[in-house]
Design a protein around this ligand. Structure first.
Ligand code: GBH
Length: 483
């Protein structure tokens, strides 16, 4: 081909520009089309999540007695700046304000937890009528605003009396006490509440609380005892499922909210997917695998050896009783690849430079939401899945004119929801998403430093201000598509 002369090239450019211009309407810049939306299945349930001790405050009101978290947070050195949940967001008094925040978002569902020490202040024994009345008021307020409550029975606020009497989850008595409490709550609320989660995050209520000690009651037990605590945790879940079913109105749905470790394949080919599935089973053997399969994997028992939990006859059947749904709290991925070890996979270590949000454990890998849904769906085939938590902390700043520009959280949410949409569009049974969290709250050992809310809370005035991410979420809910 002959090279263009400078003159003919110039002519061609002019002609091309003329053609291009004529495609558009009269003499102007084209109006940009709005981006094609990534849509969710119709009827997808959008909501937010919180937990009692993180938001309620009112710790000495309505007959509530202390939980292990009251004791722990009041022990010097256990939480950042000595923060406690004494007031938190004061949702005990401001719950109607919180319901309006949900309504403004267009949320269809709300996941909240019931505080065991409000219902049975001593762990067992006589129920406290004022305690259950509080949740009746909250539930009625939600329903009056068209929001369906999803209730977690246990988000770590074990009655201190139960810890003192039998060592908390060190004893099977606590599994039983938890089931009794759960059955009672279901009996009282299941005329209005149709979905219950038993426990929230086994690893936190067992290992972090009884083995590594960052969470209440802050114990550091040796491996065998810690494994027994794990067993009592999952046993408590199973017993609670049965107790809820025995005392709730027909049609009540029961599941759990679990932060299973999510394994994402480095390469998304058949071998990578198979490695992620093997990792999903073995990497969660002590908790979700035992619950979904009603047994401890041989690989787990072998790994723990003499420290393996002591199991009584009938325990595994209770632990493995079928669930109506599985809830997954999803924050951060582990990356895996196939290898020829006995387990058939290897976890790939993270480089120091791997991005994370202000919470140092929260590494950002948005595909985690896709693999959470896909791995659990393919390995255990649950009927229904919910994402019961997902979100991130940010160094939020309230500007003098009342704005919080949390573009980092918005980026986190948009990318995670893109991957959730990918899972939904491939037909996995994901039915809803609960963003963590509705509002900034008591972030456990981190106190009030790491904010996870899409509403900013001024802890002096308790005023709530929607962040930019709340606007993003409202739009996403309205369009049922990633905004
Ligand atoms: C969830 O846990 C909780 O359900 C919720 O209450 C919490 O507010 C939210 O996430 C945000 O953190 O002390 O360095 O060992 C998420 C899983 C597991 C994350 C324990 C923090 C402790 C890190 N969590 N982990 S460390």
């Amino acid at each position: 081909m002959k090279p263009f002369s400078r003159r003919s090239f110039g002519k061609k450019i002019t002609a091309a520009a003329a053609t291009a211009a004529s495609v558009f309407s009269e003499g102007a810049v084209a109006k940009p089309a709005s981006p094609k939306r990534l849509e969710f299945p119709s009827g997808f349930l959008w909501g937010c999540a919180t937990a009692a001790y993180q938001t309620e405050g009112g710790v000495a009101e309505g007959g509530r007695k202390p939980s292990v978290w009251d004791t722990f947070s009041h022990t010097p050195g256990k939480t950042n700046n000595g923060a406690t949940g004494d007031i938190a967001d004061d949702s005990y008094h401001l719950y109607k304000t919180d319901v309006q925040l949900l309504k403004n978002l267009g949320a269809k569902v709300y996941r909240l937890s019931v505080a065991w020490p409000r219902i049975f202040p001593d762990g067992t024994g006589q129920p406290n009528e004022k305690g259950i009345n509080y949740y009746e008021r909250v539930v009625d307020e939600l329903l009056a605003n068209g929001i369906d409550p999803y209730i977690t029975m246990y988000h770590w606020d074990l009655p201190e009396a139960q810890q003192d009497r039998v060592g908390g989850w060190q004893s099977r008595d606590t599994s039983k006490a938890f089931a009794d409490y759960s059955g009672y709550v279901a009996k009282r609320l299941s005329d209005r509440v149709h979905h219950f989660f038993t426990t929230n995050e086994f690893v936190c209520m067992t290992d972090l609380s009884y083995k590594t000690g960052q969470f209440a009651p802050g114990l550091r037990l040796p491996a065998a005892e810690a494994n027994q605590v794990r067993h009592h945790g999952i046993l408590g879940h199973g017993m609670a499922v049965q107790a809820i079913r025995a005392s709730a109105k027909p049609g009540t749905m029961v599941g759990l909210a679990e932060n299973a470790t999510v394994f994402a394949p480095v390469i998304e080919d058949a071998e990578g997917v198979a490695a992620a599935q093997k990792a999903t089973r073995h990497g969660n053997a002590q908790f979700l695998t035992a619950v979904m399969e009603g047994k401890y994997l041989d690989s787990y028992l072998e790994q723990e050896g003499a420290n393996a939990p002591k199991v009584e006859a009938g325990d595994m059947k209770i632990i493995g009783c079928p669930l109506d749904f599985v809830g997954l709290n999803v924050y951060t991925p582990e990356y895996v690849r196939p290898d020829d070890s006995k387990l058939g996979y290897a976890v790939v270590p993270r480089p120091k430079s791997f991005p994370h949000v202000p919470s140092p454990w929260l590494f950002v890998g948005p595909e985690v939401l896709y693999w959470a849904v896909r791995n659990v769906s393919e390995v255990w085939k649950p009927k229904t899945l919910y994402i019961t938590e997902n979100g991130c902390s940010s160094d939020d700043v309230l500007t003098p004119d009342g704005h919080v520009y949390d573009t980092d959280r918005l980026m986190y949410l948009r990318n995670h929801l893109t991957h959730l949409q990918r899972a939904a569009s491939e037909g996995y049974p994901i039915k809803g998403y609960f963003l963590w969290s509705l509002l900034d709250n008591f972030e456990w050992a981190d106190g009030y430093t790491n904010r996870f809310g899409i509403h900013y809370v001024d802890y002096e005035t308790l005023k709530r201000t929607p962040k930019l991410s709340a606007e993003f979420y409202r739009k996403t809910i309205a369009e049922n598509a990633v905004a």
